[in-house]
Design a protein around this ligand. Sequence first.
Ligand code: PLP
Length: 217
Amino acid sequence: MDGAYGAFFHLCPELRGLMPGLSRADSLTLDPHKGLFLPYGTGALLVRDGAALRQAHEATAGYLPGRSDGDEFYDPHLYGPELSRGFPGLRVWLCLKLYGAERFRAALAEKRALALEAAARVAAVPRIVMAAPPQVSLFAFHLRWPGSSLAEENRATELLVERVNLRNRVMLSGAVVEGRFLARVCVLSFRTRARHVAACVTDLAEEAAAVLATASA
Ligand SMILES: *Cc1c(COP(=O)(O)O)cnc(C)c1O
């Protein structure tokens, strides 16, 4: 199961109901560099059957040192494609030890609350249609105005994202889903606070008005 973005929100008891299938997964990808706010390159994989993972990745060669075996010795190169590798798990462990799980739980709940607030305010901007309301901390939307075609809406929404990003206060992303371009807000940086959400809503509202003035003229 792909929990790269969303699965850490499971830490928040009030969000457990959103991911009822999580406990049934045989394997789960997690990105501590997203949901735990750690530096890029901190990915994680949880598997139920470690022996199957080892079977898939274990390789031997004459030039490699002999195996240190035994159940208590975990040699990560036997469980993944890398041989010489860093130790990204250390920063996860260290941060959890230093700050405790509660701080991460609180930060995730804060980011979700900010996303909900941003979504409510963005949805109130004239001509913005909320295509995917937030489940955890992400939502997607597009522009629509009387008489607009899909192609026009796509162009206008793409332009909206470009123009908001040119203001350099927030960075929005976009994605094409089934032929429709969607603008996307995702709140998942430990530095994002209420003032950034306010800047995002202001920039979106002003740029939406500017884009619509030309698009529907
Ligand atoms: C970020 C993300 C990925 C890719 O993860 P990387 O850490 O960039 O390799 C895959 N799936 C989902 C849902 C993601 O959000």
